[in-house]
Design a protein around this ligand. Structure first.
Ligand SMILES: Cc1cc2nc3c(=O)[nH]c(=O)nc-3n(C[C@H](O)[C@H](O)[C@H](O)COP(=O)(O)OP(=O)(O)OC[C@H]3O[C@@H](n4cnc5c(N)ncnc54)[C@H](O)[C@@H]3O)c2cc1C
Length: 453
């Protein structure tokens, strides 16, 4: 049986990073992958999603151009071209991931892996079953979409299928209120679908700042998404003209595609975890300590399978913590505070730190600064899109503990501010920073008047 220092199960964001960095540090490493290298982010997540978001933004750009004197012929969109170009880029990335792994000296094992005991992994490869012995086993199997049971479930699709739909959906029904549902609603709306988005809760994007949630809801509606909250699907039927969703209030919506983006669950089935005694928590997520060690000491888990913060940069950072402890500099903890993130709706959201309600609960006395405006670009474009920026400051320390933006390229703007906030920047530091004029981002360093409630 082949012997390894580290056997990684799953070559997604977390697994590839851990395998590559451990191998670079001289460890004997193997990584098993049952599907395409790169995992969710590369194949059916961040990367194709952002490419499609770029595609959708052209619709706004073409419209906005007229106010700047450009006269364009009516634009047409070719779904097949976008799919083909996306697929070629993803294949290129799959190849890069393979080169990164093999170049670092990690062995790739293609097939479904399961844990046999604390130090043995079995992989079902095309050639048969192979067993591997490893000092450490790292589970980085990610997650998958979860679609609830209801009549007609077989007619709906998950986010995994959206990138390769055979026919472009003229009418799209999106069910869900999380960031994935919101992003797909914006993207397909931009590409030309007539989009209805249903969310059973009171407001989309639970967990984000409440004002940001209300603001983006208003903006996506202005962009053309028919967003309905407090609404849910009861059943879906197939008819001669497409799909018909019957809602809980008895009304119906016709669509060509129904996307369910109602959450994700960890990939833990058929991994052999129960027989080895690896403890699991809510919806099957693997329970780990601060060093990502499971209830079985030689088995570790990182990334989406632990259902902490399901983001690629978080998975990468967790991988580095594990590799440093096992094969490098030693123990260190990962901080989950001030992790910036973006939602690629149209307009987008960028956020780092605490929302207003969350900050009040955590820090007690806070001061809120906010600015809402029409960007310089839209004074000529004719678009009614507005931008929201918000700062939350802890009174006791003057530290900026929350920074939120809804507007163009919000993720690009917020990333830099996240560094300042990690470094503990105070409002006084923000105030003493000279802005870049004319930008939207300068607004974050020129807010002087607190919101009075
Ligand atoms: C539509 C969508 C959009 C997203 N957008 C963003 C974004 O903009 N920004 C961001 O930061 N995050 C985004 N995410 C989240 C991000 O993709 C995940 O957080 C990230 O991919 C998690 O990495 P991971 O390595 O834990 O899991 P994954 O990337 O899911 O990798 C797990 C891998 O394990 C393999 N596997 C599973 N079981 C086995 C087994 N038994 N044997 C062998 N292989 C196995 C799977 O095939 C998969 O390749 C998005 C996710 C989705 C679905």
């Amino acid at each position: 049986m082949a012997q390894f220092d580290l056997f990684v199960i799953g070559a997604g964001s977390a697994g590839v990073r851990a395998a590559r960095m451990a191998a670079q540090r001289g460890a004997r490493v193997a990584v098993a992958e049952a599907a395409a290298l790169g995992g969710t982010c590369v194949n059916v997540g961040c990367v194709p999603k952002k490419l499609y978001s770029y595609a959708a933004h052209f619709a706004d750009d073409f419209r906005d151009a007229a106010g700047f004197g450009w006269h364009l012929p009516p634009a047409t969109f070719d779904w097949a071209v976008l799919k083909k170009n996306r697929a070629a880029e993803i294949t290129r990335l799959n190849g890069i991931y393979e080169n990164l792994l093999t170049g670092a000296g990690a062995q790739i094992v293609t097939g479904w892996a399961s844990v046999v005991d604390a130090n043995t992994v079995r992989v079902q490869t095309a050639a048969g079953v192979e067993s591997f012995s490893a000092k450490h086993i790292l589970i980085a199997t990610g997650g998958q979409p979860s679609v609830p049971q209801f009549p007609g479930r077989e007619f709906v699709v998950s986010s995994d299928s959206m990138f390769d739909l055979e026919t472009f959906p003229r009418r799209l029904l999106v069910v869900g209120g999380g960031y994935i549902a919101c992003e797909f609603a914006s993207i397909f709306n931009g590409l030309g679908s007539q989009v209805t988005q249903l969310y059973r809760g009171e407001q989309i994007l639970r967990g984000f700042d409440d004002e940001v949630r209300a603001f983006i809801a208003q903006e996506v509606r202005k962009h053309g998404v028919d967003l309905r909250v407090g609404s849910d699907v009861q059943s879906v039927e197939k008819t001669s003209s497409g799909l018909v969703a019957t809602l809980v209030d008895g009304s119906t919506i016709e669509a060509d595609t129904v996307l369910y983006a109602t959450g994700r669950v960890p990939n833990v089935a058929a991994l052999g975890l129960d027989s080895v005694g690896v403890e699991r928590g809510a919806s099957g997520a693997i329970v780990v300590d601060e060093h990502y060690v499971t209830s079985v000491k030689s088995i570790l888990a990182i990334g989406d399978v632990t259902a902490r913060m399901q983001l690629t940069p978080v998975a990468l950072a967790e991988a580095m913590v594990v590799v440093d402890r096992l094969f490098g500099a030693g123990k260190r903890d990962m901080s989950y505070e001030f992790i910036s993130t973006a939602v690629f709706t149209h307009p987008s959201i960028g956020t780092v730190g605490y929302g207003e309600a969350q900050a009040r609960e955590t820090f007690g006395r806070i001061t809120v600064y906010r600015s809402e405006f029409k960007s310089l670009k839209h004074t000529l474009s004719g678009s009614s899109e507005r931008t929201l920026m918000k700062l939350i400051v802890e009174d006791a320390t003057d530290r900026v503990v929350g920074l939120h933006m809804v507007g163009a390229d919000a993720g690009e703007v917020v990333q830099g501010f996240a560094v300042a906030m990690k470094a503990g920047a105070t409002k006084a530091v923000f105030d003493s920073t000279i802005g870049i004029h004319p930008t939207m981002a300068e607004e974050f360093v020129t807010m002087r008047t607190a919101v009075v409630y």
